[in-house]
Design a protein around this ligand. Structure first.
Ligand code: ADP
Ligand code: MG
Length: 883
């Protein structure tokens, strides 16, 4: 028997398969009526992620087609879950009505019963390009980044599509990891043939055609977006930056199918302007996320008192990119001080801010073409409230410069807010399709249309009463549904009376216990409603477009107002936080000091407070001649906490926040390094001793005398000897070669001997006391070496059985006796010369014929040579080389 012939795909299947192909690696949401349907593998993936039923529909290639679907009206929630699970989604919408499809079929000569509604992919939904409120976290920026490489320099373009803020920067390949760690983008786009390993580019980076990343393409796209002839007014950008910007906009164009989201003028950011922190440092300081993930337990979780999402987002930006410019830091601190000194006004400000909608994101949706009447209402309310704040704060006595600057940006939207206020109802709906958002009295012709349909509605209500009377059927009702429109309904037992040929009613539908009719008058009124309604909708739609256009025109100053409100919120929020626990205004100086009295760790302190325990404040006093503190003492004694609290205080200060201390004098830190010995990370299953060493090596290569380094038990992840040797070498290098400020926590007593040779190193320990055989940890820092390890006492504290502890004590006594006799494992280390220069010495130029050849080649002016002369030279050089 011959094989079954391949059945020709139905037109719909052919259409689906073409769109499926176009969607690439994205799931295809295929619009069918009120549902987005998914088929084949897409259906399996989505059903698993969304936990919805997988069914089948028809067949393809002889097998049933797996299918699942989500209702269009609740699609956002499902999209959010798919995006969270790492999926990308292509939305295929119906781009014509069934009527239009029939018309088209007629023109094309196909039977109109076969007419298939045209569909097209209108948008790709990806993690980095979201604007919908439901898909975004209010307190977190959502970054999309694109990278381009140009002769060793890497351009980074980053945008928060939800607010349009765009930043361009350039970095070296070595620093790319740190830049990406700071931006924490949810999507990264790179040229397709450039997938550098080891630079920190995520594996799931999106590959896009290289042509989009050309720097002149970037210039052209930026100019086009902003309607300018040159970018000069926006700042100076390198070619690598422009290439990245080009790649970024090309990608946005691709996912938006030709419609771009809100993009504000690009801002050039120089990495020289912010404190450098690499990924390991950010991770160990738990700045925006705790090690467990999430805000709880992170620095921002303990600091953020902002009352708006935009404020929290700006604070996150401040904390991820602390400043290096003392004037800018002082400006932020002065703003905090202003609100700190005015608790009553601060409370009013925060009340006002709390009620202000997220202007930046509403603007983002409107400009992206996904705005709703509610978004316009939010812009109206937010901008009006901003103007009220302006009125209140303008000319405030003793206002610091940043406040004056910010307050100046709160106003200037009068015409727009007036227009929106007149046009919109008080609380416009999120749905724009059913109208009802344009206020009565705004447009006389709209009022008339509404009047007409209102009259018709009233006429229908009156008709019901009249029909009841005429037919004598009291249960007669005039009802409405989406399929039949208006109809008259009576129960089945009354139906006969209306069925009579001369009754004036025409039968439409028989249900189980009801029968439905139409009448000429009802039909006429219903048509009046439908027509007026349709015209009214079209009229509202036209007004909507006009209002949107006005918003789009004002997008830049609206964005400035949104940013100004966020800065106010951050300033007042920081003041609020400072007031809660008496945080102080740090002094930021230009000398290599770090003097903190009564410093606290904001996260640990808050955690202790929840259990009613008190945090013990500790001082830190680093100076050029006492710049490395070696900190010993028992486990659980508070070493790690002390190290981190000082790093966090530096970070907070340079971010322009008050700090958890009584006083703080902080010399500007250009780079902050935090390293934690491998064992602490083992639980996370990723850090190995190797990683620890790679990260430590980065300090030795990148730290400067202006840097601040905290080293927490570095070297712990290996055997005692190796670990001690490494810790020793690293401490020495940091002290003598980098000569930067450093806190080094260690459990190696032997390191104390470093104090004999390192003049700027001093010994400290966290105090503990044995009391009635128990160990009491005082969490108090004191001068001098740790006297003993208390390891056994900690073991007892941890519940190791007494007989085991006793045995360990006997072993320890024996070991200590040996140590006394031989000088211990560090015996003789004190005599070692300081480690030789760790940084590679200058390479000595090679001598010999190869070198001379290279020099000759360098000196040759190739453009001035004839081909003959060139050939002669080649022969000559070849002769000069040893055979
Ligand atoms: P170490 O690094 O010395 O082992 P940690 O810094 O990890 O110690 O501190 C262990 C625990 O001790 C912390 O989780 C905290 O509960 C408590 N602790 C640390 N420092 C302090 C302090 N200054 N005041 C009060 N409790 C503290
Ligand atoms: Mg520790």
């Amino acid at each position: 028997m011959a094989a079954l012939p391949e059945s020709k795909p139905t037109p719909m299947m052919a259409q689906y398969l073409a769109l499926r192909e176009e969607a690439g690696d994205a799931l295809l949401f295929y619009r069918m009526g009120d549902f987005f349907e998914l088929f084949f593998e897409d259906a399996r993936t989505a059903a698993a992620v969304l936990d919805i039923a997988l069914t089948t529909r028809g067949e393809h290639g002889g097998a049933p087609i797996p299918m699942c679907g989500v209702p269009v009206h609740s699609a956002e929630g499902y999209l959010a879950r798919l995006i969270k699970a790492g999926c990308r989604v292509a939305i295929a919408e119906q781009v014509e009505t069934p009527g239009e499809a029939k018309e088209r079929a007629k023109r094309e000569g196909t039977p109109s019963s076969k007419a298939l509604v045209g569909r097209a992919i209108v948008r790709l939904v990806t993690a980095g390009t979201l604007t919908e409120e439901a898909l975004l976290e209010p307190r977190r920026a959502n970054m999309l980044a694109a990278l381009a490489e140009l002769r060793g320099a890497i351009g980074v373009a980053a945008v928060d599509v939800s607010t349009g803020a765009m930043v361009l920067e350039e970095c070296t390949p070595e620093n790319l990891g740190a830049v990406l760690a700071r931006l924490a983008p949810s999507e990264v786009v790179v040229p397709e043939d450039w997938a550098p390993k080891d630079l920190g580019v995520p594996e799931d980076a999106i590959l896009r055609p290289r042509t989009g990343f050309a720097s002149d393409a970037g210039v052209a796209r930026l100019c086009a977006v902003h309607g300018v002839a040159t970018l000069d007014a926006f700042g100076t950008f390198t070619r690598a930056m422009l290439g990245a910007a080009g790649g970024l906009i090309a990608y946005l164009d691709h996912v938006g199918r030709g419609s771009l989201p809100l993009l504000l003028p690009p801002v050039a950011r120089s990495s020289a302007g912010t404190m450098a922190m690499d990924a390991a440092t950010r991770g160990s300081l738990e700045i925006l996320e705790s090690a467990q993930g999430g805000r709880a337990g992170s620095l921002i979780g303990a600091v953020d008192r902002c009352v708006t999402g935009a404020g929290s987002r700006l604070l996150a930006e401040d904390l991820s990119a602390p400043l290096l410019d003392t004037a800018m830091i002082e400006a932020r601190l002065a703003l905090v001080q202003f609100w700190r000194d005015r608790p009553i006004e601060r409370a009013s400000l925060r009340d006002a801010l709390r009620s202000i909608p997220d202007l930046g994101r509403a603007l983002g949706r409107v400009v992206a073409g996904r705005g709703s009447p509610r978004d316009l209402g939010q812009l109206r309310d937010g901008l009006t409230e901003a103007a009220r704040l302006h009125h209140w704060l303008a000319g405030a006595p003793d206002a610091p410069a940043l406040l004056v600057d910010v307050v100046g940006k709160l106003t200037g939207h009068g015409a727009l807010t007036d227009g929106l206020a007149r046009a919109l109802v008080p609380s416009p709906p999120t749905e724009r399709g059913s109208g009802g958002f344009i206020a009565d009295g705004y447009d006389a012709s709209l009022d008339e249309l509404r009047g007409a349909s209102g009259d018709a509605r009233r006429a229908i209500a009156a008709m019901e009463a009249r029909y009841r009377e005429e037919t004598g059927i009291n249960s007669l009702k005039i009802r409405h549904n989406g399929v039949l429109g208006y109809f008259i309904e009576v129960s089945a037992r009354h139906a006969d009376r209306l069925m009579a040929a001369d009754s004036g009613f025409t039968h439409r539908q028989t249900m189980k216990d009801a029968v439905r009719f139409n009448s000429l008058t009802l039909h006429a009124e219903a048509t009046r409603i439908a027509e007026a309604g349709g015209h009214a909708l079209a009229c509202e739609e036209a007004h909507f477009e006009t209002l949107v256009a006005a918003v789009v025109d004002a997008r830049e100053i609206i964005a400035q107002t949104a940013a100004a409100l966020a800065r106010l919120d951050v300033g007042a929020g920081n003041a609020e936080r400072a007031g809660e626990a008496d945080w102080c205004r740090p002094q930021v100086l230009d000398e290599a000091c770090l003097e903190i009295t009564a410093g606290r760790h904001p996260v640990v302190e808050a955690a202790l407070a929840r259990t009613g325990e008190r945090f013990v404040a500790n001082d830190c006093a680093l100076a050029p001649d006492n710049r490395l503190w070696l900190i010993g003492g028992p486990n659980m004694g508070g070493k790690s906490t002390f190290l981190r609290q000082n790093a966090l205080i530096v970070l907070l200060a340079q971010a322009g926040c008050f700090v958890p201390a009584s006083t703080a004098r902080i010399g500007l830190v250009d780079r902050l390094f935090s390293r934690v010995g491998a064992a602490d990370n083992l639980a996370r299953g990723r850090s190995t001793f190797m990683v620890e060493m790679v990260e430590t090596a980065a300090i030795l290569a990148q730290a400067t005398p202006r840097s601040f380094v905290i080293l927490d038990e570095v070297g712990r992840g290996t055997s005692t000897y190796d670990g001690l040797a490494l810790a020793w070498a690293v401490a020495e290098a940091v002290h003598s070669q980098i000569a930067c400020r450093c806190l080094f926590a260690t459990h190696y007593h032997e390191l104390a001997r470093l104090a004999e040779t390192c003049e700027a190193l001093s010994l400290h320990h966290v105090r503990a006391r044995e009391w009635q055989g128990d160990l009491v940890l005082l969490h108090e820092l004191a001068k001098g070496p740790a006297d003993r390890s208390y390891g056994l006492a900690v073991a007892r504290l941890a519940g190791v059985p007494a007989n085991v502890v006793a045995r360990a004590k006997a072993v320890l006594t024996k070991l200590e006796a040996t140590r006394e006799a031989t000088g211990g494992i560090a015996a003789g280390l004190g005599d070692l010369p300081l480690f030789a220069n760790l940084r590679d010495p200058e390479p000595t130029p090679p001598a010999g014929p190869e070198h001379q050849l290279a020099e000759a080649l360098k000196a040759a002016d190739l453009d001035a040579l004839t081909p003959r002369e060139a050939l002669d030279l080649l022969y000559e050089w070849k002769r000069a080389l040893p055979r």
